[in-house]
Unconditional design. Structure first.
Length: 384
């Protein structure tokens, strides 16, 4: 869906297809008819944005075969879909039985990550609607924090320089600008906006910036206004917002809360868990560790990296950080100028919810309707 900010900026709202299990081109095309088109129909809109996740095998095929690329673009157009953003954080295998820390591989010290990201940018430049101002690609914040010795850090820095050069060359060649946003995430080399400014402040900000994930921001107990101010002061553009909610246990010592949390402690994805006390954030790498006693439960709420549906609450007494997401949207789009123009709803955890929905398309449509309502409340007009 497209919106128009009061300053005239077109703002794109999409949902991320990493919720769907498809790693080759046939699978990607199949999900468009099975899920994305029904989502559009449920919303009653003529055009729906989809933030594609294209695993390495799919990107390789598209980058090497112009006919395959033309086929995908035609399928999008025929179904009333458009793509201005790609999620290039997972490389492949995102729906394996166990993913956990493998989602951070290859990291930015590995040549494969640079090659994959540039291929994603090339594919996106070809998929962009003719009237889109630019494209965006989100990626991991360098890598998992351990091990991250100096030589890997130096290799990643060289890769980012080459990434900026490659994106500039792509723009000169195609006339289509594509920016890459690094996504701070708990447990990674870059967890917070403060670390993002330190690591990425000296980069080419014409082509590189931040993908701000509202769930990650909440898990790290960052205040949205302070975080956005920090990025602005550091000159880091918010290339893309992932509209997402974390799960919060207001009283993690409550037996009912612990019962509900245990239902979320599934084995596929990593669910980093944090608490904040006396101005300090403490955390563990996964929810089972917290439940086993590695995280204090008497100092304040726990926040869990579990992307919860935007429009509904989890099992009581748990709740989500939807209020914080609303504040993030206000900070980015509630002022006189639009700070960000790509918004991607990224709830990839539907299949591992304690009670997965019978109709996934209906759930995704409800999330997008929730986001649409927040954007229009900020004064944006839906652009039909």
């Amino acid at each position: 869906m497209r919106f128009r900010h009061p300053d005239g900026t077109p703002v794109h709202l999409a949902y991320c297809s990493n919720v769907h299990q498809a790693e080759d081109l046939e699978g990607v095309i199949g999900q468009l008819s099975r899920y994305a088109e029904p989502v559009r129909e449920r919303l009653g809109v003529d055009r729906l944005g989809i933030g594609l996740w294209l695993a390495r095998p799919a990107v390789s095929e598209l980058a090497a075969d112009a006919d395959a690329l033309a086929r995908l673009k035609a399928e999008l157009t025929a179904r009333g879909l458009e793509t201005v953003t790609l999620n290039a954080f997972p490389y492949e295998g995102f729906h394996r039985e166990v993913v956990k820390k493998d989602v951070y591989l290859p990291d930015w010290a590995d040549e494969a990550r640079l090659a994959y990201t540039l291929d994603c940018a090339r594919v996106l430049a070809a998929l962009l609607p003719d009237d889109a101002r630019r494209g965006s690609v989100s990626t991991l914040p360098l890598g998992w924090r351990t091990p991250w010795p100096r030589e890997r850090s130096d290799a990643a820095r060289r890769a980012l320089d080459r990434l900026a050069i490659g994106l500039a060359g792509l723009e000169a060649w195609t006339g289509r600008p594509v920016r890459v946003g690094f996504e701070p995430e708990p447990g990674c080399v870059v967890e917070t906006t403060e670390q993002a400014v330190r690591e990425f402040g000296g980069l080419d900000h014409e082509h590189l910036g931040i993908c701000l994930d509202a769930c990650h921001l909440a898990v790290q107990f960052e205040e949205p206004d302070e975080a956005l101010g920090r990025l602005a002061e550091g000159g880091l553009p918010v290339v893309k917002l992932q509209a997402s909610c974390a799960v919060e246990a207001p009283d993690p010592a409550d037996p009912d809360a612990r019962t509900a949390l245990r239902e979320l402690a599934e084995r596929r994805f990593l669910h980093q868990t944090r608490t904040a006390t006396h101005g300090s954030v403490k955390g563990v790498d996964d929810l089972p560790e917290a439940l086993a006693g590695a995280l204090p439960d008497d100092t304040g709420p726990w926040r869990v990296h579990f992307h919860a549906p935007l429009h509904t609450d989890p099992e009581p007494p748990l709740r989500t950080t939807a209020g914080q997401l609303t504040t993030v949207l206000d900070g980015l789009l509630g002022g006189p100028t639009a700070v960000c123009d790509h918004i991607e709803v990224e709830t990839y955890t539907w299949s591992v919810l304690p009670r997965p929905p019978a109709d996934l398309a209906e759930g995704i449509a409800a999330e997008l309707a929730w986001a649409r309502d927040r954007l229009t409340a900020l004064g944006l007009k839906e652009d039909h």
